[in-house]
Ligand binder design. Sequence first.
Ligand code: URA
Ligand code: SF4
Length: 215
Amino acid sequence: MAHTKAPEDAYDARPFVPAGADLDEVRAAAAGCRGCPLHRDATQTVFGAGNPHARVMLVGEQPGDQEDRQGAPFVGPAGKLLDRALDEAGIDPDDTYTTNAVKHFKFETVPERGKRRIHKSPGLREMTACKPWLDAEMRLVDPEVIVVLGATAGKALLGSGFRVTKQRGMLLPYEDRGESLLATIHPSAVLRADDREAVYEGLVSDLRIAARALG
Ligand code: URA
Ligand code: SF4
């Protein structure tokens, strides 16, 4: 009997990524991605945004509720905090390009909580499916430093063995593209922390390492 592949085995954005396209063309193509089921319930694809020639690329996890509605990354509370931390670390937010490991918002609704959409972390399958978009962004923006925000982005770029607690705050080589990679916590972790000030300072001091790498 012929073996029929379950549809989830085919999670893959690659058929949607145009070859030889520039960043705007890739962004336009991503709007129509059906590479995994996350596009079904989300409002829209949230592609990266910012300076297309940025020296620093920041990679978060996935769009949140506000990003899903507005169609741009890091426009909610985590983004505001991130901009403040970048500025304090000596990185001009206007000289960055910001994106996410996964381009559609994954959420659940709990009946007792009405219409509120509660963030769900993307799984390895969705991260792997969506990676071709991130690869295209890295190739086309060609940053000097990639800043990984939190565990999901770290796993997407460095593999499932990545541990933010162990690998944060140091420059790591990334593949063979000549870029450096710096991992730090996700800005949402600051918003959730009891000791916000100390956790925020940790984020800023990690970002200063990235700033120094730019010279
Ligand atoms: N958190 C993320 O990881 N990405 C966003 O774009 C917003 C919040
Ligand atoms: Fe495509 Fe990524 Fe959205 Fe899945 S999450 S549909 S792979 S853009």
